[in-house]
Design a protein around this ligand. Structure first.
Ligand code: HEC
Ligand code: HEC
Ligand code: HEC
Length: 420
């Protein structure tokens, strides 16, 4: 008798659970449309072009070697590879049959037109804050791009994660849907809107928790693709403190005269920001300077001072391999007017990660039409020990304390890269 009752109760609880779960996980399909269901004007399209640049859509949806917006980029997450999809107006494989409502729902709630939930590798938790007007413009712009037939490759995920309805639970934790409140016109508020929404800066610059939600201090620094995305709330405490002007220059040209160049995953961000109105970039810089912590960050643990023979080895390697470009009076300084290497964030920062990644990966020839920098990748030509010697030597040319465990960090960086 008692067991039967327990059975009923357990059954009822389970059923209730299933119903609640189905209620949050199930989303209806939105009927297809034959053509865009809004009036598309040249002004709207031109505004949409800016919105799409500010949102970095092309970084993920227009990978090298693929037609614009046709997707196919494999995003490496700790859980497996998720491919970006086709957002050209192709009816069969893209978003050609999507109404504005379907597009808005995807951007705000992470739900595809047919009702399946989208993986948060697509930063909809940020795009949800974008205003109706901006989303409408992005829709108009995308709908006027050439349609490309390109089905998305199959994701490479472990079985439990292929069950998309489970994303409803993730959304309960991390998605706060809804557009940003009406903006006042100040650059600070415009900047905040762009940083939190379209720019999705915190998706890289905030540390992620074990299920991939942003859980560190907001903009307090994060790790992405083997690189360290530095804290953006301590820029005022840098050895050469950042200013609105330095930040604006960095974000639009990928180069700050006092801090060096953008590289790794930040490079496409600055390439995109080079295409948006300068007042928007200025607004982002203005906002960032208002969120600086009042206290300088606590200094990370310093490493042991390098012995003279390691410094000598690093110095000799630098003279042999790097000095043609970076040496005193070398072309970087004299012809390009770059700051000395010792001033760059890569060597001044709290971790050796970005200096190591720079040496391993270099800066590839830009696919972007703007003339930018090129540095060869040394991953195949220098050993871990040589890279460690170089990085330890270069750090000793700054006024910062030595980094700890540089050799281990080189090994870890290579390991991260070998997954690519
Ligand atoms: C960090 C990479 C990234 C960025 C940046 C990004 N997306 Fe995506 N997007 C994705 C991924 C990955 C998917 C596929 C998710 C899935 O299949 O679950 C996706 C899916 C979509 C979808 C749903 C398509 C479908 O068929 O269901 C739309 C619409 C979309 N993105 C639009 C945009 C727009 C517009 C922007 C710029 C404002 C943008 N994306 C920026 C990664 C990105
Ligand atoms: C062919 C020229 C060239 C060579 C050789 C070269 N680099 Fe670079 N390096 C660059 C360019 C260009 C940049 C981008 C910075 C810029 O444009 O100001 C850069 C950036 C860097 C940065 C980041 C600095 C910043 O401004 O953000 C580091 C660190 C670095 N290089 C280290 C090295 C080391 C170590 C070597 C030798 C193993 C080396 N480089 C060899 C051209 C070169
Ligand atoms: C795809 C990941 C990613 C996104 C999105 C991103 N960043 Fe970055 N960012 C990085 C990485 C990685 C670095 C370090 C690489 C470097 O210094 O070249 C970086 C460096 C920077 C720096 C230089 C900091 C320093 O101390 O040298 C600034 C400033 C910055 N990002 C601002 C922004 C802003 C503002 C946004 C949003 C509009 C943004 N980033 C979006 C990855 C990202």
């Amino acid at each position: 008798m008692r067991w039967r009752r327990t059975g009923y109760v357990a059954g009822a609880v389970l059923l209730a659970g299933v119903i609640v779960f189905a209620a949050i996980a199930w989303q209806p399909a939105i009927p297809p449309v034959k053509s865009p269901d809004i009036a598309i004007t040249p002004e709207l399209v031109s505004k949409g072009r800016t919105v799409v640049a500010l949102g970095d859509c092309a970084v993920c949806h227009s990978p090298e070697g693929h037609p614009a917006f046709s997707g196919g980029l494999g995003l490496r997450t700790p859980f497996g590879v998720i491919y970006t999809t086709n957002i050209t107006p192709d009816v069969e494989t893209g978003i050609g049959a999507w109404s504005l409502d379907a597009f808005m729902r995807a951007m705000r709630h992470g739900v595809s037109r047919d009702g399946h939930l989208l993986y948060p590798a697509f930063p909809y938790i940020h795009y949800t804050k974008v205003t109706d007007d901006d989303l409408r413009a992005a829709y108009a712009y995308l709908m006027t791009q050439p349609a490309v037939h390109a089905p998305a490759p199959r994701n490479d995920l472990p079985l439990p994660l292929r069950f998309r309805p489970a994303l409803a639970v993730w959304n309960l934790l991390y998605l706060r849907p809804g557009a940003a409140p009406a903006l006042d016109a100040s650059p600070r508020e415009r900047g905040r809107y762009l940083v939190e929404g379209l720019g999705h800066c915190s998706s890289c610059h905030t540390a992620l928790g074990i299920i991939g939600g942003e859980s560190g201090r907001y903009l307090g620094g994060g790790d992405v693709d083997g690189w360290h995305a530095p804290a953006l709330d301590v820029l005022a405490h840098a050895p050469r403190p950042w200013t609105v002007e330095q930040l604006s220059a960095y974000l639009t040209t990928g180069l700050a005269s006092e801090h060096g160049a953008s590289a790794g995953p930040m490079r496409p961000v600055t390439d995109n920001l080079g295409d948006v109105p300068p007042e928007d970039v200025h607004a982002i810089a203005t906002y960032l300077m208002t969120i600086q912590t009042s206290q300088p960050p606590t200094a990370p643990k310093a490493g042991a001072v390098a012995d003279a023979s390691q410094l000598a080895r690093g110095h000799a390697l630098f003279d042999g391999v790097c000095a043609t470009c970076h040496g005193d009076g070398g072309p970087m300084e004299t012809q390009l007017g770059r700051p000395p290497l010792a001033a760059s964030s890569a060597l001044q920062g709290p971790t050796p990660r970005n200096a190591i990644m720079m040496v391993l990966q270099g800066i590839p020839w830009p696919s972007h039409p703007k003339p930018t920098a090129y540095m060869p990748a040394f991953a195949d030509n220098l050993t871990d020990d040589q890279i460690a010697d170089l990085v330890v030597y270069l750090r000793s040319t700054t006024s910062q304390p030595p980094w700890p465990d540089v050799r281990d960090e080189v090994r870890r960086a290579r390991k991260d890269l070998s997954h690519d």
